[in-house]
Design a protein around this ligand. Sequence first.
Ligand code: 3LM
Length: 401
Amino acid sequence: MTTPNSNRRGHGFATRAIHLGYDPASEHGALTPPVFMTSTYTFESIEEHRAIASGEKDGYVYGRTKNPTQAIFEARLADLEGAEAGLALASGMAAISATLWTLLSAGDRVVIDHTLYGNAFILFTTGLPRFGVSVDVVDLADPAALAEALKAGPKLVYFETPANPNLRVIDIAAVAEAAHAAGAKVIVDNTFATPVLQRPLELGADLVLHSATKFIGGHGDLLAGVVVGRRGDIDQIRAHGLRYLTGATIAPLTAFLLLRGLKTLELRVARHSSTAALVAETLQSHPAVAQVSYPGLPSHPSHEVAARQMSAFGGLIAFELVGGLATGHRFLNRVALAHRAVSLGDAETLVQHPASMTHAQYPAEERRRHGITDGLIRLSVGLETPEDIIADLLQALDEAG
Ligand code: 3LM
């Protein structure tokens, strides 16, 4: 499947996103890779099985650990992130849990940033402690707080940047330098930025995770996750985290749809970003809007860090209306083109209320402490005609106010 023609080093991002890891000549000239709908694989002999199972020979044994369509996606995304290897799983949460359960044991400590996707936060703060892992919740934008937490000797430092839901930005290079000096590995959830805009491994991170359900899939029609990094780490996560700790295998058809998504990732993310920049400016200058958080706005508290580590600022915006929760609810009920829905990174503009939707799992007290206010609205700017998105938001703001 992987041929000399397939590893096109030196080519640009979009070329690799379209071609890498697949040569049509190896599959009857088929332009798009086949979907290998098989659960198991056959062997010429027991000796061949032994050679493949032991890793002496390349090949496949059983569909839970790998599938040829999945392997192309893994090679392609790993390359786009600048990683040696990748592993695709059934969802973003599957990628996170398979990674953590592989790397951690009872007695270990972990440092996390205080703003994470709601279910990731709950996995860290209530799931892992059940198995004897201690978790320190820290503001990773504060170097002194990080330095203090690192004194306890954590094994991992974990964060999202930009973070879900309020678009806080963490300095990847600064956290990686401090964490490595203390002997900790750094894991970055790069879901909001995608490798088009930000490549954390190049800035010192050890592993990068994605909910591929979002921009990478890009069409709101699948769930998937992926983790990329050094080959040794990824092999271990496949062998333990996937094979026997979670069994959270990606479906072959989902891997095929992700390959389709990758072909337009650069184009889509550029359009999400340019429209979101227009929307963020429009919101910021509107009298009904109290506050806008978008890493591309000079008013964002970490705009300089964002401009250093991202090539553009993505499709997500968080904002709060004058009048807080009550006005926010009216706004959410008035949008007509945008859909009220969780998830993000789709062609459709999606709008949601983190305190009652994506981050309802956070205890209310913690949510407030970490700046996820009750009135906060999160907008995933879609690929529709920019003027139509803006017109819809403006009419909803007028009606809500
Ligand atoms: C959401 N987020 O709407 P899956 N990492 C990040 C994420 O945003 C998510 C995951 C991991 C949302 C999903 S909320 C009910 C819907 C930064 C998911 C988890 O397991 O593929 O959903 O990824 O913010």
